[in-house]
Design a protein around this ligand. Structure first.
Ligand SMILES: Nc1ncnc2c1ncn2[C@@H]1O[C@H](COP(=O)(O)OP(=O)(O)OP(=O)(O)O)[C@@H](O)[C@H]1O
Ligand SMILES: Cc1cn([C@H]2C[C@H](O)[C@@H](COP(=O)(O)O)O2)c(=O)[nH]c1=O
Length: 256
């Protein structure tokens, strides 16, 4: 189903997410890509960059997850479904905070969004079964999309998991355990399989095949094109005919 405004086209900005493993270069490449854009998007930091604490409910929920999972980089506290719902609530909170920017026509780039939640929590819910994990990730994304609209565009940055691991360890001056490195390898494969299920929303930058200049240029072009022909953004739980969260117009649903 597509949502079309009854009046003039919606002038909102695009909601974009950057996804991929720790240390794969999401932040590095996205920052490089936006350097050359005339109108800078609003960048919503990744979790680790909330180091000084983010005010508000999103920060408080994240602190609760960190405290319950210490000392695990993947926020694993032993109750994956509860964690999934909290992570979705944080990503919903992120959306709430950027609605004024989207409404003003600005592009917003989320450093990680609901796809990370789908991938990481699916691996916890279906350990040792990659096909079941893919189905679970798809189902978790479906659940997330009832909390908030999915991004208009998701850029997956991927690479050999071992390269991403090396960069993450160097940057954070830490050593991942063997189990954590295995988790990253599984997440790498699942991110790639999940992206292949939705070629309309995902664009994939594979650093095994292109250098950082080409990667940044691709990302720049995708960000620049993401604002074309956007439909209204509606509360998923309100259904057809709801007002757009950005322009306020009532929408009509039509069969795709
Ligand atoms: N092509 C590159 N050349 C040199 N350094 C790089 C390159 N790509 C990334 N890095 C460095 O590797 C580290 C990890 O990159 P970055 O922080 O962008 O990863 P990330 O995907 O955002 O990771 P995380 O999700 O863990 O925050 C950073 O210190 C970054 O500066
Ligand atoms: C959003 C989200 C994050 N995580 C994990 C992935 C990373 O190890 C950390 C956050 O680090 P970053 O600075 O955002 O790269 O949290 C997760 O397991 N599930 C999620 O939904």
């Amino acid at each position: 189903m597509t949502i079309t405004p009854i009046g003039p086209p919606c002038s909102r900005g695009p909601l974009i997410s950057a996804e991929g493993l720790n240390g794969v270069g999401k932040t590095y490449l996205t920052n490089r890509a936006v350097e050359t854009l005339e109108t800078k998007p609003l960048m919503l930091d990744e979790f680790s960059e909330w180091a000084n604490g983010r005010p508000g409910l999103g920060g408080a929920l994240l602190r609760a997850l960190y405290e319950a999972s210490v000392p695990d980089p993947f926020l694993r506290g032993g109750t994956p479904m509860t964690e999934a719902l909290l992570l979705m609530a944080i990503k919903r909170h992120d959306l709430d905070t950027v609605l004024p920017s989207l409404s003003g026509g600005l592009a917003v780039i989320e450093g990680r969004s609901v796809d990370t939640t789908a991938v990481c929590q699916a691996l916890l819910l279906q350990p040792d079964d990659p096909d079941a994990a893919l189905q679970t990730a798809i189902a978790l994304l479906d659940l997330a999309s009832s909390y908030r609209p999915l991004p208009d565009l998701t850029i997956l940055v991927t690479d050999d998991a071992s390269k991403a691991l090396e960069r993450a360890q160097r940057r954070d001056r830490c050593v991942f355990t063997g189990e954590q490195a295995d988790f990253m390898r599984e997440a790498c494969a699942l991110f790639e399989r999940l992206a292949a299920t939705d070629p309309v929303r995902y664009r994939v930058v594979d650093r095994r095949h292109i250098d950082e200049y080409e990667a940044a240029e691709q990302i720049r072009a995708w960000i620049q094109g993401a604002g074309d022909g956007l439909s209204c953004l509606v509360e998923p739980w309100q259904g057809p005919g709801a007002a757009c969260m950005c322009c306020g117009q009532r929408t009509a649903a039509e069969a795709a």
